[in-house]
Write a protein that binds this ligand. Structure first.
Ligand code: GLA
Length: 410
């Protein structure tokens, strides 16, 4: 009987989430794919660096890799252009168009190519007078630009907020959403609004009505410092951020940098695990043409992706932040008759040896008296059965993570 009550309560909660969110049916789970910015930046030098410059060739090659190397099947299905794709001026009718040297066939042809691979194409605009890289902005052309990208067959828009007044964003982003809806083409809308409005000084219930995802905070850079800086901010502000996330509308801590230059193997696993716990969009920004087998294995881990893509869409929270520099984060997952959980133990110590950490599931406020079966997501190791009082010990490598999955069991 009470199982039926719990199920009904969950269904009602999901209905509430749905009715308050952007109604384009997209991003019911955090979107996944590849985004050019962190790794390829604004490299427009196709003369001396043709292999890495922002050009149709780069996106076609990455689309090939997504489609042929197993990424697409795991859910990585968006391929996203970022800044520096445009011509420096609009045409005589005020339309945007791509740089003709680097995108000789134009964006529509590129979208056709991407679609022929079973993928979706994302693009970048800026709400202000210019993009962050100095290319034409959209503030006076919202409707025109919405129609242009829909006409090209674009599937996702990241709208940045450089060179704009924050006060204008509260009409600008909703207007853009309205104009995109009017085109009739479903376009996943990623809004950078909160990142420019101080992160938590925005009304997230309004954002959820107009945007499918939003960048909240600083740009990620290729360093562990940057990753942990973002994780700290999400933890410190979780009471505002976590309730804002749900099916159709997600906080975005920025791209995955796994496979780039800086992160160690442990740090790479940690970023992947934490992004899954945070219900974050999973946009890799790396070179899929030469990615290492280790990075590939981490990014392709089906069990981590399963946590990321959990249908409840609840963002995880930092439950313990100890003086021993171990943090414990939990994310509530699908409800069969009671919630199961992802648990991330994040080791912020760098003192050279694995750290043994002990707690009980009761310490994490789990409720089911009969207890939980616990297994390691990365290794598949089964820890066994834990009631709320049995001590559980994990060994966490420096700058590393242990990610567990715990589900109710007798
Ligand atoms: C801003 C954004 C980045 C990227 C650059 C492009 O910094 O936050 O993600 O899009 O602009 O110029």
């Amino acid at each position: 009987m009470w199982k039926a009550v719990v199920t009904a309560a969950v269904a009602f909660a999901l209905l509430l989430c749905q009715s308050s969110s952007l109604d384009n049916g997209l991003a019911r789970t955090p979107p996944m794919g590849w985004l050019a910015w962190e790794r390829f930046r604004c490299n427009v030098d196709c003369v001396d660096d043709p292999y890495n410059c922002i050009s149709e060739r780069l996106f076609m090659q990455m689309a090939d890799r997504l489609a042929e190397d197993g990424w697409k099947e795991l859910g990585y299905n968006y391929i996203n252009i970022d800044d520096c794709w445009m011509s420096m001026d609009r045409d005589e009718q005020g339309n945007l168009y791509a740089n003709k040297t680097r995108f000789p066939n134009g964006i529509k042809k590129l979208a056709d190519y991407v679609h022929s691979k079973g993928l979706k194409l994302g693009i970048y605009l800026d709400f202000g007078t210019h993009t962050c890289g100095g290319y034409p902005g959209s503030i006076k052309y919202l409707q025109k630009d919405a129609e242009t990208i829909a006409g090209w067959g674009i599937d996702m828009l990241k709208m940045d907020g450089c060179y704009a007044n924050v006060s204008d964003m509260s009409w600008g982003y909703p207007d853009m959403e309205m104009y995109m809806n009017k085109t009739g083409r479903p376009i996943l809308f990623s809004c950078s609004w909160p990142a420019y409005a101080g992160g938590i000084k925005v009304d997230y219930s309004v954002l959820g009505k107009h945007c499918n995802a939003w960048r909240n905070y600083d740009d990620i850079q290729d360093s562990w410092d940057s990753v942990t800086h973002i994780i700290d901010w999400f933890g410190d502000n979780q009471d505002v951020l976590a309730p804002a996330a749900g099916p159709g509308h997600w906080n975005d801590p920025d791209m995955l940098i796994v496979g780039d230059y800086s992160l160690s193997y442990e740090e790479s696993k940690a970023q992947m695990a934490m992004w899954a716990i945070l219900a974050a969009p999973l946009f890799m920004s790396n070179d899929l043409r030469s990615i290492s087998p280790e990075a590939r294995t981490i990014l392709m881990n089906k069990e981590v992706i399963r946590i990321s893509q959990d249908s409840l869409g609840m963002q995880g929270r930092r439950v313990i932040k100890g003086e021993d520099k171990i943090e414990v984060w939990t994310r509530e997952l699908d409800v069969t008759f009671l919630p199961s959980y992802g648990i991330a133990f994040l080791n912020r110590r760098a003192d050279g040896e694995p750290f043994n950490y002990t707690l009980t599931l009761g310490d994490l406020h789990f409720q089911y008296m009969m207890g939980y079966a616990v297994e390691d997501v990365f290794t598949g190791r089964e820890y066994g059965h834990y009631d709320l009082y049995r001590e559980l010990t994990v060994s966490i490598n420096p700058n590393g993570v242990v990610l567990l999955y715990a589900y109710p069991s007798k």
